[in-house]
Write a protein that binds this ligand. Structure first.
Ligand code: GSH
Length: 193
């Protein structure tokens, strides 16, 4: 399997972490999005969306979208609950991550860390929505060890990716103690350093 990814991207790291956790062998093809390497004609032939992560499976089939990729890689593993309702709850968190967390927390981080914007100049709506997403996580984790019950799942993988670096956008995880403790638990469970 070949994974095209940029190591600065949480979406790409999700794929790397799941592949490593499951002991899958892969070649990592570092693809620098800041240099436009996901927009070259060669890359667009592999993924017309022009984005990483992208995997080329062992049989040559391509697959994009981080959460679709990790779902495929983890099929049949302990990272996906067997109970149908719990599996759907895992997906609930993963869809929420893409629409209501990543567009604020990850975008704010990109603007500060990689585009050089001061935190004070972030669009207020981005900050407000990012804080709202972190509070939603805090509430969801108040009574449980992981996002879906007592075992680490793809929901945790998807949501830890940008939450663990939220401070790079000026968010203070000290305001969200359950989230801060959960980040450490997920990093330990997945052996992320
Ligand atoms: N929803 C997609 C987002 C993919 C995405 O936006 N990738 C970014 C890096 S995080 C990218 O490739 N940006 C480069 C570009 O669009 O040119 C996923 O979860 O994989």
């Amino acid at each position: 399997m070949r994974i095209y990814g940029d190591s600065i991207s949480g979406n790409c790291l999700k794929v790397r972490w799941v592949a490593e956790y499951l002991g899958r062998s892969f070649d990592w093809v570092e693809t620098d999005i800041l240099k436009g390497e996901s927009r070259t004609p060669e890359f667009l032939a592999l993924n017309p969306a022009g984005q990483v992560p992208l995997v080329i499976l062992d049989d040559g089939r391509p697959l994009a979208q981080s959460n679709a990729i990790i779902l495929h890689l983890a099929e049949g593993s302990g990272l996906i609950p067997t109970d149908a309702y719990d599996r759907a709850r895992m997906l609930e968190w993963m869809f929420w991550e893409q629409y209501s967390h990543e567009p604020y927390v990850a975008v704010a981080r990109f603007q500060v860390r990689y585009a050089g914007k001061p935190v004070s100049e972030l669009e207020p709506r981005l900050v407000e929505r990012g804080k709202g997403a972190l509070q939603r996580l805090e509430d969801g984790l108040a009574l449980s060890t992981f996002l879906v019950g007592d075992a680490v799942s793809l929901a945790d993988v998807a949501l830890v990716a940008y939450t663990r670096v939220a401070h790079e956008a000026g968010f203070d995880l000290g305001d969200y103690p359950a989230v801060a403790a959960w980040v450490k638990r997920v990093e330990a469970a997945l052996k992320i350093t």
